[in-house]
Structures are given as C-alpha cells and as structure tokens.
Design a protein around this ligand. Structure first.
Ligand SMILES: Nc1ncnc2c1ncn2[C@@H]1O[C@H](COP(=O)(O)OP(=O)(O)OP(=O)(O)O)[C@@H](O)[C@H]1O
Length: 765
C-alpha cells in the first residue's frame, strides 16, 4: 500500500512538473517573475521526486503498537507519507508513514521494557526490494512474550553489524541506539562535541544529525546550507551515499583544503612544516606579511616620484611614513584602504605642486586660490603615474599572491615574523620552492583574505567585463537567429514573430541572471565568506588551530565528532579543550559515545591495551558483540615477510568468504612494496587495489594507516606495527587507527617486537 502510494505521488509530481514546464498562458507568462516562479516550482517537484526515489529501499522499516487508547499502529520509515483527503487541512490528513525524524517516531529508538513509553510492541520490518522478508518483534509490555521465532532489535542491530562491508558507508536509520538518538536530536545551537572511541558510530551519528537538523530546521538550513568536513577525499567518498539515502541532497562535503575557492591543494608539506603552519601564531605571521607590503622608502635618499605637467613630484621617506601612519590609523583592511592611499597621495602631491607653482616670489601667500587647487587635484587624480605610486606603496594583493611571494623570499619571511618570535630554523621551514598549495596553506590563505579584504575595483571591472561579454554573446545569438531566418521561411510564414522581434540582448542577459538557482551548498562552494547554517566536522581531532580559526568564521552552529586518541595530523589536537579554548573558550558542550559497534570483543581487547598506553584514562568503548575470532599474530624472519603476507592474505580471504573485504596496513612508504608482493593474487581472481577511492572498491587494498582513517573492513592485516608506531611523533595514534578498522578479523605480521601496550595474552599465535 505504501509503495502504491509512493508510485501515485511520483506520477502526480511528474504530471505537475510537466505542466509547470509548459508554463501557464496569460499576461504574466514569459515575464521574468513568471520564469523565476516556474523554475522554483520545477525544482521543488524535482527535489520531492528525489526524496521519494531515495526512500525506495527500506521505505518502511518499523512499526509501533501502542497501548489501548492510543492511536496506532504507527509505521516508521525513511520519509513521512499522508493520505490527502479532499478539503482536509494538513493536521487532519491521515498519517500513513512517519518520518524517522518526527518526534512521534522517537519511541521506536528509545522504548525499552523498563521504559516502554506507551509502546507494547516494536516491530522491525526487513524488506528486499518491495518484498517483506523478515519481521522481528519485541514485546515491551510485560507478560505478552515474544512471538515464536521473533528476535529483538538487538538482533536487527547484530544483522547490520555483521553484514559484509561494501566499501561505502550505509545509514543506520533502522537501528539507531538510545545514546546516539540523544545526540542526533540535540538542538542545533552552539558547538556540540561528540567524543567517542573507534567504531562508536560518531560518523553515523554526525550524518544522521545533519539529516535530522535539515528536517526540523529546513527553511533556515537550506538557505544557509550545511557543510560536512572530513579528513580526506577518500573518507568523503566513503560517506557520500549516506545523506542521499536519507533523502537529503544539497549538503556540501569538503575537506578543510577545499575551503578557499580556486585553490586545490596538490602539495604535501613535511610533518614539521604542517605542524608550524597549523599554529595560531601564524595569524601574526600573516598580519606581519601584510604590514610588510605597506611599503616606505628604506632611507632618506630614496623617493617615489610622479611626473606631472613637466614637474617631478616626489614623496620621500618622511612623507611616506606619515601617509602610512594615517592610513593604518583608519583601521581599514589592506585592499579596502587603497582608495584612501590614493586620496592622500594626491593630497600630498597637490600640496607640493601648489608650493612649486603657486609660491609668491615675494614671499606672500600662495598665488593659487581654492579653485586652482581643486583643478590641480582633479588633474592629479587622473594621472596614471599616481596609480603606479599607489601600487608601489600599497599594492592590491590577493591571498595567493601574498603567500606565494612570502614563501619565496627569506627577507619577506623575516619581516613577517619580526613581531612573532619564530626561531631562524622555524622561519626556514616556511621557505619553499615551486608552486602549488598544501592543505595547511588553506587556513593561511583564509587568514590573508580576512586581512586583505576585497579589492573591489578589480571585481567591479570583472563584473562590467562579464556584463559586456554576456551582452555581446546574447546579441550574437539573436543575430544568428536573424541570419538563419530568410532562407527558412516561405513568404506568408515570414509574418511569424521570431525571438529577435520580441526580446533584446539585454532581456536575454537578464533572464540568464535570474536563472541562478544553485543550492546554498553550490553557491557556498564558490564564496569564501559564506556563513553556513550548520557545520559538521568529522575526525575533528585532526584540525589544526589555524583550521579551527578558519572554520569558526563560517558558522557558530557546529557538531564536532572525533577521538583525541586517534589524532594523526602533526598539527592536530590532543584534547578538546586545547582545540576549542582559543576560539570559543568553554562555550561548547560535550557528549560521549561509549559503545563500540564495529569490533567484536576479542579485537577490542587488543586495541584497549594500546589505548591505555596512548591516552591513559580515556575509557575504551564497550564492544556490543561479545563473540568473534581471536586476533592472530605471527612473528616472522625479515626475509620471510613477503611470502608470509601473501599466505596470510590468502588464508584470510578463504576464511572470510566471498564479498568480504580485507585491508593490509603498513607503515608509510611500504604500501607500494607490499602491493607488488601481493600482485600474484590478481591472477587468482582477487581484485587488488591501492586506492580505497576506486569506483568499485577492490576486495583487498594495501594502505598506509592514515588512509584508513574513518573506514572499516571485514578483516585487517597489520604489517610490522612497531614500524608504524615509530614512523612519526603521531605514530602510536596511527597504529591505533589501523588496528581498529576490523569488523570481523584482525591479524598482525611482525619481525620486530610488538610495541608497548600491544604485547599481551589476547593473541592466538
Ligand atoms: N546504531 C547502529 N546501528 C547499526 N550500525 C551501527 C550503529 N552505530 C554504528 N554502527 C556501525 O558501526 C560502524 C562504526 O561506525 P562509525 O564509522 O560511525 O564509527 P566512528 O565512531 O566514526 O569510528 P572511527 O572513529 O573509527 O572512525 C559502522 O559500520 C556503522 O554503520
């Protein structure tokens, strides 16, 4: 019945869309307003159809039977559906399916036998396509007993947790747990931090929270947009299908490296450089770099000069210093101060000129009156040399130019750091050759953009050029139509009105301008200053202080999820207080997730040992699955590692069975070598890859620890953990990440001793 209802809705929407596209006849038809309205209506129908399509799988997954006296039963699903009754108001419409995010759906996630909340039975409905294949009932009212063969929602959860991993994250809407539900439904205001160990569902919760907030605050959030920040593009691909499956599109997914429109990081900085660029004092370095570009002559002999009407007018060091002080006192952003610089230069030159030509040879008052001076000023304003002087003293700067020229010059670096107190060795780290930007440069570019402000003159010029180009293009289109007319029509048909009889090029351009119907996310992607309605940051522990500074400009409504024990970035945080205090003091709230949904208990035990040495006192999440295979470890001679690895992977695949995926994780720099070792597997029909980003994820992937961040696999084989732990100052955190990716099986191959915390009785040999 529900699917029939959806089909009917889809059909009606398609009909209305076609009707809207055809346009309504009448006086207003063809006006700009009618076009805009039509576009809006068509987009609305399109969005609604997308939502209906997204809900096709597992449209309805739950049912609540309520105590007598309550209405019921309630069916819970991915979207809300109502039976429309002619003449009924929205409130009277009969609910057929309740959106999982609606308040009345909440008992589906929260009701327990202890606190049934009016629910006597909770039913999980499993469907394949449009067919119901399984029902799981939980009787929450005492005495009724479960129906034979029924299982509890714990079983529905277990089914989800033990399913084969596909390489893409799926939603958890059918089995959200109480502690997760509370976070998902918490209000949007302020900054919410969700701390939880590996596999506690932080990513899942963050994405469902985004869907929940969009549902309850749709108008505001669709206007301002929701931004989801992840640690790398691999991770973003991994999570990309969750929100569309929940019917929510139009959310912007990005890394912090994507936040400066026009810049795509391609460069990898060494760890110490990343760490330095992430420090808050870089804000001072950027301010110093801008100040350094507000130039004055270095000694008293040096001047800048303007030739005017045969006279050479000069600004010496003292004049330039005075001018710079006056401009700085106005506290304008660098580029926005340029008109003031221009005005003051003209003022000074006018003064000098008046002195030169208007001086009374007899020593009396100037011979020039106010009108002469005004004329002089106007002449100087139009003198191109003055523009040159302004460019010299106070150049128009883009953030990229400022940084490129800064990093290319030891002198500029020294000047920029003068007030900040970086050692010479640290200053040397900033120097670099070649082009290209790194992720750590992006917050610096953002900082620079804040200090520089806009240079409106260039933007205005560009807008004018664009307008002229558009007009020319539109005129060209009309000319083309006119040109193709004569041969095509017979005499009597040439009476027919053509487009060029009805519209001018200007009309066409205006119509194009109105046709910008991009979503907030699309517009935000091209606007550095866009303020989002809400920002979700996943793996938030990885952000540097400078990256936090950049993000805080984009919104103060945030959900930050992460685990300070998993920090891998050299500039990342070791505590939430350390990360947030410089930006928002203690104005943030903390929620914790405590249940480990990913790893079975035997794997969790191994990783808990490492956690204790990594972050003493941080509790290890409690695994929800108590059984599972015991992790294995095998110590091998260095020469035998390659052969042992190939054998171990073969054995793991055989144990796992078809459709299950495995990751081999090794220290940075070793993945390529191990990939070569495993290549023969390909001749055995095993898809092998080095990129979890592949369109069709390979069955076996060889990765470095940081590439596995946020991902999970049915089985994981970690090669030489000691080498991972010692590969960088954040090595132990990287090892912890690698070991916590397995949903079923974990194995370790090692030549050296196991690192501290990992050596224990929990392994099978
Ligand atoms: N309530 C739930 N129902 C079903 N599956 C769940 C639930 N909560 C979490 N999971 C599953 O547990 C796994 C781990 O979740 P997720 O990746 O969100 O954890 P995480 O805390 O972000 O982990 P990490 O910090 O290691 O990246 C995923 O497969 C997720 O789908």
């Amino acid at each position: 019945m529900l699917y029939d209802h959806v089909d009917g809705l889809r059909e009606r929407l398609a009909g209305r869309r076609t009707h809207a596209l055809a346009g309504s006849p009448g006086e207003a038809a063809g006006t700009r307003q009618a076009l805009v309205e039509r576009e809006a209506v068509v987009r609305l129908y399109g969005r609604r159809t997308t939502q209906l399509n997204a809900a096709e799988n597992a449209l309805c997954f739950g049912r609540l039977d309520l105590e007598e006296g309550e209405q019921g039963p309630r069916y819970i699903g991915r979207i809300g559906l109502h039976r429309e009754r002619p003449g009924a108001t929205v409130d009277d419409e009969e609910p057929l399916l309740i959106d999982w995010r609606a308040p009345v759906a909440r008992p589906f996630y929260l009701a327990t036998a202890m606190h049934p909340d009016g629910v006597i039975r909770r039913r999980h409905i499993r469907t394949v396509g449009r067919r119901v294949v399984q029902l799981h009932d939980e009787n929450l009212a005492g005495g009724t007993g479960a129906e034979p063969g029924s299982i509890t929602s714990e079983s529905a959860l277990m089914t989800a947790l033990t399913a084969a991993r596909t390489g893409r994250m799926t939603d958890i809407v059918e089995t959200v747990q109480a502690e997760q539900d509370r976070i998902i439904r918490s209000g949007p205001d302020g900054i919410l931090v969700v701390q939880g160990g590996p596999g506690t569902g932080k990513t899942a919760v963050a994405l469902h929270r985004a869907a929940y907030l969009l549902y309850h605050h749709r108008e505001q959030l669709e206007r301002r947009g929701v931004l989801i920040i992840g640690p790398n593009t691999t991770f973003l691909r991994y999570i990309a299908e969750v929100l569309p499956a929940l019917g929510e599109t139009g959310v912007m997914l990005a890394t912090t490296g994507d936040l400066h429109p026009g810049v795509s990081p391609t460069r990898t900085d060494p760890g110490p450089v990343t760490a330095l660029k992430g420090r808050l004092l870089m804000a001072g370095v950027m301010a110093g770099a801008v100040a350094d570009r507000q130039w004055v002559p270095q000694d008293d002999d040096e001047t800048v000069a303007v030739r005017h009407d045969g006279q050479l007018l000069r600004l010496d060091r003292q004049a330039c210093l005075a001018l710079r002080d006056r401009v700085r006192a106005a506290r304008l952003l660098h580029n926005e101060a340029r008109p003031l610089v221009h005005r003051l230069v003209v003022e000074e030159l006018t003064r000098q000129w008046a002195q030169a030509v208007g001086a009374d040879p007899l020593g009396g008052e100037s011979l020039l009156g106010p009108e002469d001076l005004a004329m002089l000023r106007r002449e100087l304003e139009e003198n191109g040399d003055v523009d040159g002087v302004v460019d010299w003293l106070w150049p128009a700067l883009t953030p990229t130019r400022l940084l490129r020229e800064l990093f290319a010059s030891p002198r500029r670096i020294r000047a920029a750091c003068a007030q900040v107190g970086l050692t010479q060795a640290e200053q040397d780290l900033l120097e670099r050759e070649g082009n290209g930007w790194s992720e750590a440069d992006v917050p610096l570019l953002d900082e620079a953009a804040e200090l520089l402000g806009r240079d409106d003159s260039a933007a205005r010029r560009l807008a004018e050029e664009l307008q002229t180009a558009n007009l020319e293009y539109a005129q060209g289109v009309l000319d083309l139509l006119r040109g193709s007319e004569s041969g095509d029509f017979e005499d009597e048909e040439s009476e027919i009105l053509a487009a060029f009889d009805l519209v001018t090029a200007q009309d066409l351009v205006e119509r194009q301008e109105e046709a910008d119907h991009r979503t907030a996310a699309e517009r935000a992607a091209t606007d550095r200053t866009w303020r989002f309605g809400h920002i979700v940051v996943d793996e938030a522990q990885e952000l540097s202080p400078m990256a936090w500074r950049m993000l805080m400009r984009r919104s103060r409504s945030m959900t930050l999820v992460g685990d300070v024990a998993q920090t891998g970035d050299p500039a990342g945080a070791s505590s939430w207080h350390q990360a947030l205090a410089p930006h928002v003091g203690d104005r943030w709230r903390l929620e914790q997730l405590t249940v480990n949904y990913r790893m079975p208990a035997p794997v969790a035990k191994v990783t808990a040992g490492l956690l204790e040495s990594l972050a003493p006192g941080l509790p290890a999440p409690e695994p929800v699955r108590h059984d599972g295979p015991t992790p294995w470890r095998r110590r091998v001679a260095p020469g035998a590692l390659a052969a042992e690895l190939a054998g171990a992977v073969r054995a793991e695949l055989a144990t796992l069975g078809q459709d299950r995926r495995l990751a081999v994780v090794a220290a940075p720099g070793r993945a390529a070598g191990l990939f070569a070792v495993l290549k023969p597997l390909m001749t055995e029909g095993v898809a092998l890859g080095q990129d979890p980003d592949d369109d069709v994820p390979a069955r076996v992937v060889v990765l470095e620890p940081r590439e596995t961040k946020g991902l999970e696999f049915d089985a994981v084989v970690v090669v030489e953990p000691e080498r991972i732990a010692t590969s960088s100052p954040r090595g132990p955190g990287d090892l912890y990440v690698a070991l916590t990716r397995a949903t079923q099986r974990l194995g370790v191959l090692h030549c050296a001793q196991l690192p501290q915390g990992l050596d224990g009785p929990w392994w099978s040999e």
